[in-house]
Design a protein around this ligand. Sequence first.
Ligand code: C2R
Length: 163
Amino acid sequence: MADDNPLVGVIMGSKSDWDTMCHAHEMLDTFGVAHECRVVSAHRTPDAMRDYANTAADRGLEIIIAGAGGAAHLPGMVAAQTLLPVLGVPVKSRALNGLDSLLSIVQMPGGVPTATFAIGDSGARNAALFAVAMLAAHRSELRESLADFRQRQADQVGSDRLP
Ligand SMILES: Nc1c(C(=O)O)ncn1[C@@H]1O[C@H](COP(=O)(O)O)[C@@H](O)[C@H]1O
């Protein structure tokens, strides 16, 4: 699952994160943003993670979305090794419902930020939307797509009727 010349890297600590991270992938697809999806783990594949972070910018990536659960060190460790913005998605863990994931990502030491999104599927979707917004700052066609998306969303809310 890789577009030519991806702008966004969607990485996750385990294949088991895909049910959550597929929502970032689908949202990026909706906007036609070229991206790649990979499993990379700070804990289980530290060398591959370092290579990924070190080469990401040279390969043309502009943003990394990193999802992980539990002791979710992946977003922060990637952020420590690249100048690209890293958007962290806390994946819901079985033991602590993702609170562990959230706190692992959000409490970065000063000087090495990761953006942190909500736990689970909506966090993955919003991370992708945030990536689209960042890319749209310099791409007028994406800005128009984002404006259309927001309008459709507003129309939907406006037409919702309570039972
Ligand atoms: N948090 C991390 C990292 C990491 O931060 O590098 N690597 C794997 N994991 C997480 O372990 C959880 C369980 O993984 P398994 O389902 O493979 O046992 C996943 O949510 C994954 O993100």
